[in-house]
Design a protein around this ligand. Sequence first.
Ligand SMILES: *[C@@H]1O[C@H](CO)[C@@H](O)[C@H](O)[C@H]1NC(C)=O
Ligand SMILES: *[C@@H]1O[C@H](CO)[C@@H](O)[C@H](O)[C@H]1NC(C)=O
Ligand SMILES: *[C@@H]1O[C@H](CO)[C@@H](O)[C@H](O)[C@H]1NC(C)=O
Length: 441
Amino acid sequence: MARHVHLLCLTVVLAAAAAPAHAIFHFDFRTDMVSPFDGAYSRHDTWRRAALASNARVARHAASHVKALGKKGGNISEAGAVGGTEGHWITVAVGTPPQPSKLVLDTSSPLIWAQCKLFDAAKTKQVEPVLDPSKSSTFQVVPCGDELCRAGGQHTNCTNNKCMYSSMYANLISDGVLASDTFTFGMEHDSVAAPLGFGCGTLAGDGLAGASGVMSLSWSNLSVITQLNVPRFSYCFSRFGEGKKSPLLFGRKANLQKYKTTGPIQSVPLIKNPWNEIYYYVPMVGISYGTKKLDVPVESLVLNKDGSGGTVIDSGSTLSYFVKPAFEELKKAVMETVKLPVAKYTVKEYQLCFELPHGTAMEKVEVPPLRLHFEGGAEMVVPRENYFMEPGPGLMCLAVGVTPMMFFPNMISNVMQQNMHVLFDVRNTKLFFAPTQCDKL
Ligand SMILES: *[C@@H]1O[C@H](CO)[C@@H](O)[C@H](O)[C@H]1NC(C)=O
Ligand SMILES: *[C@@H]1O[C@H](CO)[C@@H](O)[C@H](O)[C@H]1NC(C)=O
Ligand SMILES: *[C@@H]1O[C@H](CO)[C@@H](O)[C@H](O)[C@H]1NC(C)=O
């Protein structure tokens, strides 16, 4: 399947004079991501909005997962108005001559899409930058019946002889036509250009907090990874809200051994779910809080034959999500361990909050790390700042929620991966990770 898409891309390369044909074979570059958390809002507001958007995102994901699994029960919760404060974005250049587009990095999106000036913009809130395809000599609409259109699966279809796409992100929907154009990634002295199929369309719902689209790094047919046959990539998220850089690396630049880590490099297998080929699953088999192993049945953590359950590693959500049996055990352990009063007033997006002593910052509170155990013995140590947030004055809230439905996997969010260099070795289906000071990488 991937081979077909790849072949098609080669054809497009030959057609697109601006893209050096060797580029797709060496998709090596490094860039810094911009965090949505270094923006316009106060620290408390940022966390609150992030949680709201995260919950909306996971509800949407759950709804399409249920559809993919052929089960009943997809119910999208209405999350209210929030600008999508989700995910980190990078600036890429699209077309010939290049036009800038800010794309949110997402390991759990089916396809790449960007806002386009193709349609009547009346119904939508287009946020600059918006692509103008009429100004690009390499822009092409993907015809109906094209391999790329078929590769879209449930996310594309043919309507009026056009290949239409539709994709959800957090609490917005983007739809339009599937197109192809040259994308240029990286900095001027270190850039790579390649042709990519992408959704060129408009948004319905709230904006993307300054970004203009999504760059899919998932396992799906239409991601950057599959279309360009990228063997591996890595990212390293700095602590949010501190204005520090978060690197994103591709191809031969992605190599944990080349960089200083602050702990051992560990690895776990990456698992593909035949029922939903978007997500990267990892075999989590247990959870500990400090030294206490939580009493969670392993069956509620592993991927089942019918495609339900399992654990996904995700770059886009802010809160992490555990299935109910795991969440309840974690909540119990946290309440026993954290010697603070449980807050009577709770920000509704969070399930458990503590009252901080007057005048004490969250950073001053000593709590043990959360530990995620994987098949084969690898262990991910999650320090306090990666699973607690401060969404209101004097409130310390657990940045872990309950999965919206039983079939849905546990989800390891980007906050949980802060200051960790995470490498997706897609070709060898392995995930490597090592604690790292991301701004020093
Ligand atoms: C979906 O969820 C909403 C709010 O949680 C609820 O009011 C509604 O009845 C649910 N719909 C279905 C079909 O379950
Ligand atoms: C991937 O692409 C192939 C061929 O184009 C198609 O048959 C398959 O259904 C696609 N997979 C998904 C999950 O959409
Ligand atoms: C086809 O796609 C368009 C745009 O995504 C959507 O509005 C329409 O409902 C889809 N139709 C079918 C039959 O899936």
